[in-house]
Design a binder for this molecule. Structure first.
Ligand SMILES: *Cc1c(COP(=O)(O)O)cnc(C)c1O
Length: 378
């Protein structure tokens, strides 16, 4: 999340009645549970120890990693734990560095959760439908059963049905909020019920949190040791091309992430780039404000077009719309050089297109193409 928006960068908010001692006790109880959910081979894993792991002091001659002495700075392996970047990120998000994992996109953070917590052919993961496709793809890759619980027609969640889908082999629960492709965020009380009741890891995917009025769960990270908050540089931060995703969680979970990840998973140029981006939070805030204002203008103009049957409320940088004939409209737009996402085959999304909010002139071009489509049909 961006600092200064809502309560996102806020410090952990605990109930005042919670004494420090009882809080610690509760935390320890939860930590023990996490160990129990970890795959036995991962619990016992001795991770690869890289040259840069074994020596971390100051030196002027580096002959430990078989690097070339030429072509600085690219000749050197990057910091395997991204120490400087995590320090900076921690300060900005109001968390501690040991609560952060960085991956090649959120996709790496999602995949590693399966590899840490799920036993192929035995464990299962739970999510809602429709939602982001990678949770299921990663389940399939890892040989893990994926259980989908359909949302209601209005895309609200049946929290009790989600919990009822769990059994003794359930290890992961993915909840995308704001949800892709529906655009809605789920109420805090419902997500809290899942985190406190589900007997496993709850991953709240906040890829679109910067566009939402809802607070981030980062502010409550210290309360729940089974909570993983996923965020990304790909959307509000305008950096999809560099592949940088974040998982925020209790240090116990982050330790397992660090054990399982590739030693040098974030390249040195990406670490440097991300440090520069973190200095541009003001720019990002402006970009978000711009996208939000373009979004409201676009939705307003869209609602005047007869071809649009329904515009779903959105908390994200996209809007899901139901039209007469999604296939025909999609093909028309492609012929006009405009690509949107046809979500017609997805659960509850019949005849629906998902439209990303781009620049104002891009949305105007889309609106013009829609008006030509309507004229052409008459
Ligand atoms: C776009 C998106 C992401 C971002 O994935 P990256 O691998 O970080 O680019 C994550 N989750 C959801 C739901 C998304 O829509």
């Amino acid at each position: 999340g961006l600092p200064g928006r809502g309560r996102m960068a806020g410090s952990p908010q605990r109930g005042c009645s919670d004494t420090v001692a009882s809080y610690r006790l509760k935390k320890q109880t939860m930590m023990k549970q996490i160990e129990q959910w970890v795959r036995p081979n991962i619990r016992q894993l001795r991770p690869y120890s890289s040259a840069r792991n074994e020596f971390s002091g100051e030196a002027s001659v580096w002959l430990d990693a078989n690097e070339s002495p030429f072509n600085a700075p690219y000749n050197r392996y990057p910091d395997p734990l991204q120490t400087e970047l995590k320090k900076r990120l921690a300060r900005q998000r109001g968390v501690r560095p040991e609560q952060i994992f960085l991956g090649a996109g959120s996709d790496e953070a999602i995949d590693l959760l399966y590899r840490i917590f799920c036993e192929p052919g035995k464990s299962n993961a739970i999510s809602i439908a429709p939602t982001y496709g990678m949770y299921k793809v990663c389940a399939d890759i890892n040989g893990v059963e994926y259980r989908e619980v359909s949302l209601h027609d209005d895309f609200s969640m049946d929290t009790e049905a989600v919990l009822a889908a769990a059994d003794a082999n359930s290890r992961l629960l993915f909840l995308c909020s704001p949800n892709n492709p529906t655009g809605n965020a789920f109420p805090v009380s419902e997500i809290e019920r899942l985190i406190t009741t589900f007997d496993g890891i709850v991953a709240v995917d906040e890829a679109y949190i910067d566009f939402s009025a809802q607070p981030s769960w980062l502010g409550r990270l210290d309360e729940f040791s089974n909570l993983v908050v996923l965020q990304t540089f790909s959307k509000a931060w305008g950096s999809a091309g560099v592949r940088l995703g974040m998982a925020f969680a209790s240090p116990a979970i982050i330790d397992y992430y660090n054990k399982v990840k590739y030693p040098y998973n974030i390249s040195a140029p990406v670490q440097r780039y991300a440090l520069e981006m973190l200095d541009r939070a003001d720019d990002v805030r402006r970009w978000v404000d711009d996208i939000l204002s373009v979004r409201s203008q676009f939705v307003e103009q869209l609602s005047a077009l007869p071809v649009v049957k329904k515009i779903y409320p959105t908390d994200a940088n996209f809007v899901l719309i139901r039209v007469d004939d999604a296939g025909a409209l999609y093909a028309w737009l492609v012929a006009e050089g405009i690509v949107v996402r046809n979500r017609s085959t997805v659960t509850l999304c019949g005849e629906c297109l998902r439209v990303t909010i781009g620049a104002g002139d891009e949305m105007n071009r889309l609106l013009e193409a829609l008006r030509r489509y309507i004229q052409n049909r008459e």
